[in-house]
Design a protein around this ligand. Structure first.
Ligand code: GLP
Length: 233
């Protein structure tokens, strides 16, 4: 893992953007994308840039079950707002949280990932060490799956909803095995509530109890942290 300590989220977004630019200059065609508050500044840098995505494919990590793209808390809505409206891609894939047959949707998403190997993956990290929505205890071998969200994740994400009751209890998430197949991974973390998870990810035991620790086994991971998130490194 290569660790970059930055001043704040703006500088972190700039660093992530620089790595992306370099990868695109070297032929990256498929981007694995993430939502949440962490990559917002990264997307701002991308939107302000002259990078062209019209020949690119994106595959997002996850989506809440039950929310469609008109819901402003859906991850499709987030991606439209923060990136896709400003930077059109050839195609954008996200799991369909409104799919009637979730098993079929999960299989379909796995086939999309197989057909479009990810060159560059952006990740945030949950305060419990989750990546995507792969909660503690998830097998490292899992591919796309339906997840029952951890109580801590529901609490963490309640800030985006009117109240905790409105946070969906399930999501569809790309699995850890798929994330690990990405050629290069940039994980960003900002703020004191990520410090324990970041320290365990970088220096702790590789364990399914801390999903992000699996990244120690990946050959090309860039970790971008601000002072607070990196305080325990
Ligand atoms: C969310 C997402 C993750 C994200 C993480 C951290 O629930 N599923 O992809 O990285 O939790 O969120 P935030 O960036 O808002 O702290």
């Amino acid at each position: 893992m290569k660790i970059f300590k930055v001043k704040d989220q703006v500088e972190g977004g700039q660093k992530g953007y620089e790595i992306l630019s370099e990868k695109m200059a070297n032929g990256a065609k498929t981007l694995g994308l993430a939502t949440g508050s962490t990559p917002v500044e990264f997307y701002k840098h991308v939107v302000a840039s002259d990078l062209d995505f019209s020949d690119m494919t994106s595959i997002n990590l996850d989506e809440y079950v039950g929310l469609d793209e008109s819901n402003d808390q859906s991850y499709r809505y987030f991606m439209n707002e923060h990136l896709f409206n400003a930077k059109p891609f050839k195609v954008n894939y996200l799991p369909n949280g409104k799919a009637e047959d979730l098993d079929a949707e999960v299989k379909h998403y796995d086939s999309l990932i197989d057909e479009n190997p990810i060159d560059f993956q952006i990740l945030g990290i949950g305060s419990n060490g989750h990546i995507g929505f792969n909660e503690p205890g998830t097998s490292f071998d899992v591919t796309t799956h339906v997840v029952d969200l951890a109580d801590s994740t529901i609490k963490d994400n309640a800030r985006f909803f009117a109240n905790e009751e409105e946070v969906p209890k399930q999501a569809i998430s790309m699995g850890i095995a798929s994330i690990m197949k990405s050629k290069a991974i940039v994980l960003m973390a900002f703020g004191a509530n990520k410090a324990d998870a970041v320290a365990a990810m970088v220096n702790g035991e590789v364990t399914e109890e801390l999903p992000a620790s699996v990244l120690q086994n990946h050959p090309e991971v860039y970790v971008i942290v601000d002072e607070e998130a990196g305080a325990k490194l």
